[in-house]
Design a protein. Sequence first.
Length: 125
Amino acid sequence: MNNREIDRLVAEKVMGWEPNLDDDGTVLSYDTEHGNLFFYDDNENDWCPSADIQDAWKVVESLRERKIFTIYDAWDEKDEKIFCANFQYNDTYHVVDYSAYADTAPMAICLAALKAVGVELPEGK
């Protein structure tokens, strides 16, 4: 699964945005609370939370109303820096963690956010 497919899942499943499609089913834009947001497969200058920390932070803000958020850096088995993002749900009786590791902070945020709304991606994205 590539970054744009992850961005698309985050837009629809986490943010709850409705896509505007062209005739062949390609997502052109999303209707958001801030108006129409453009989204093209070949233009990562558009909304791209898997690569842009500002866009990823909008994802965090949308989930922080219901979940606690943390992010930290860690090291993988090759001693290379990675990031762990975690959304935690706590209803005083249960604590549920939704964590994800990735090479970049924005991607870790996206993967953890998808887990938090019940979307599990195959290993390796």
